[in-house]
Design a binder for this molecule. Structure first.
Ligand code: G
Ligand code: G
Ligand code: NA
Ligand code: MN
Length: 254
């Protein structure tokens, strides 16, 4: 309960911020970023989503936090669009099941894009497999409505959930994101290598782009490149950065 009121206060007083982790292509050029939510706690310092998103969901605060997050992401896209080094970048945002399922989600996104003037074509929504298990029709209808506005969809943590592969082709996805648990030992473990290889070819055969997350070493990257993966995110390239640090990094890579 104490944390709940602290979260409400953070919402009211600008206590959240976003960090941006670069996503790169085969050349190492930045093609986008994932927005990662942080809570700047007055005493505890930076608090990570694992520690407060579940509580925020239970407390019914996730739509308000989600609104802030989408607004901030769209403001960032508008800022980026004004500078040559960042103008082409896409931004991925994490949307929880509860947020996506909310009846007001699509209109919330619409309103925020209209209010900020962000290019919807640069906004990518990361969903997880749990969204595919239940109420596929609701998921599909909302995805199609958002796709019609230009948004794209990435399936996060792919391979760790329980979704049927049949759903993949029934939903208008744009990208598969290989979960970092497979990437971790991809260069040394035969099973992880086989799963990763299968995900990459599945994605490409379905016409989706494939991004690997949690890429930490050159060995992992070399394996992924050899298997045809074309986008990468992880500490090998960069940790999540504050907005200011991200701009400086994009400039240095441009
Ligand atoms: O770096 P990090 O600890 O931020 O990410 C941990 C987890 O928190 C990830 O699984 C990520 O999907 C989730 N997460 C990060 N930002 C957000 C967000 O804005 N909304 C939601 N719902 N989850 C997020
Ligand atoms: O949304 P998702 O669950 O995929 O969130 C990604 C999480 O992985 C975030 O907590 C992010 O900070 C973290 N992360 C990003 N790159 C790396 C990496 O190279 N190694 C590890 N261990 N974690 C990473
Ligand atoms: Na994510
Ligand atoms: Mn993930």
């Amino acid at each position: 309960a104490a944390m709940e009121s602290e979260l409400r206060e953070a919402l009211a007083t600008g206590g959240f911020c976003l960090h941006y982790q670069p996503q790169v292509d085969l050349d190492g050029s930045i093609v986008g970023a994932e927005a990662l939510l942080r809570w700047e706690h007055p005493r505890r310092g930076l608090v990570y989503p694992a520690e407060f998103v579940p509580l925020a969901e239970e407390a019914g605060l996730i739509m308000d936090i989600g609104r802030w997050l989408l607004e901030e992401s769209c403001r960032q896209l508008v800022n980026w669009s004004a500078h040559p080094f960042t103008a082409s970048l896409a931004l991925s945002v994490n949307v929880s099941v509860r947020q996506f399922r909310h009846p007001g989600f699509v209109s919330q996104v619409k309103d925020i894009i209209a209010a900020t003037g962000a290019d919807a074509g640069k906004l990518k929504i990361e969903i997880t497999e749990s969204l595919l298990i239940q109420d596929l029709e609701d998921t599909k209808r909302k995805m199609l409505e958002l796709k019609a506005m230009g948004l794209r969809f990435s399936l996060d943590d792919f391979g760790t959930g329980y979704s049927s592969l049949a759903y993949l082709q029934r939903l208008p996805l744009d990208q598969l994101k290989i979960d970092q648990s497979f990437v971790q030992d991809v260069a040394t473990n035969q099973n992880d290598a086989a799963i990763t290889r299968a995900i990459i070819s599945l994605g490409h055969n379905l016409g989706l782009s494939v991004i690997a997350e949690g890429v930490e070493t050159m060995d992992q990257q070399v394996f992924l490149v050899r298997e045809g993966c074309q986008n990468f995110q992880g500490y090998l390239h960069h940790r999540p950065l504050s907005a200011t640090m991200f701009d400086a990094f994009a400039r240095s890579r441009g």
